[in-house]
Design a protein around this ligand. Structure first.
Ligand code: ZN
Length: 222
């Protein structure tokens, strides 16, 4: 029997494994954690082990997996430069990330700074692109919303409140433009229909006929 549960937006799956000699935790996706354990190990023990390491796992997000090579975001380039010090300089559309070449690139400190630089780039792009694009699509299709805010979330790409305030995930910038448009249209349609009923999807389809395909891309390409 396999067990699953949700902790703080993470889907946790516990699995007993024939060849497993110890409890192992792996972050499979941004929001999915697999815990494997030997058959003789009680689920309770594995869960306690997970809980005691949860903070550490939480901080090990996808951004941390960036390897030391230049990285292109939608509009910017993150240039990794072996140097004497740890610093980030943003110039035009290039982010120069300097790190001390004498140090291990995978060290916590360097990875943390790199995540910060990357996140900063995403934030700026989201501010410039997402907010304007939402405005553009709203005008084009005649939607009315209140305010826009940007967030760095793990599981949600966007939301629309009862007051029609739309919140968007800056990580959307990691996706293709057509996928981004789908999410924006999805949230705009929520200004008219608050649920995910048939009527809602009909509305989405009006403005985004291939929404099913784009939705799939959103789920798999993260
Ligand atoms: Zn929705």
């Amino acid at each position: 029997m396999n067990k699953t549960e949700t902790i703080e937006n993470f889907q946790i799956k516990y699995k007993k494994h024939v060849f497993s000699k110890s409890i192992k935790i792996s972050l499979k996706k941004d929001d999915f954690i697999l815990v494997t354990m030997p058959y003789i190990c009680p689920y309770k023990t594995a869960r306690e082990f997970l809980i005691s390491n949860f903070e550490k796992i939480k901080n090990f997000n996808l951004n941390k997996k960036i390897i030391p090579q230049d990285f292109k975001t939608k509009f910017d380039t993150l240039k990794i430069i072996p140097s004497d010090e740890l610093k980030t300089i943003k110039k035009d559309r290039i982010i120069h990330f300097h790190y001390p070449k004498s140090e291990d690139f995978s060290s916590n400190q360097i990875q943390k700074e790199l995540s910060k630089a990357y996140l900063e780039a995403l934030k700026i792009e989201a501010k410039n692109y997402l907010v304007q694009r939402l405005e553009f699509l709203a005008k084009k299709f005649n939607f009315k919303y209140n305010k826009t805010s940007l967030r760095n979330q793990r599981t949600r790409f966007g939301s629309c409140s009862y007051q029609n305030n739309i919140s968007l995930n800056i990580n959307l910038m990691k996706y293709d433009f057509d996928v981004i448009d789908y999410v924006l249209i999805h949230e705009l349609c929520h200004t008219k229909v608050k649920n995910h009923s048939k009527n809602f999807w009909k509305e989405v389809e009006k403005y985004c006929p291939n929404y099913k395909e784009l939705r799939k891309k959103l789920k798999t390409n993260y």
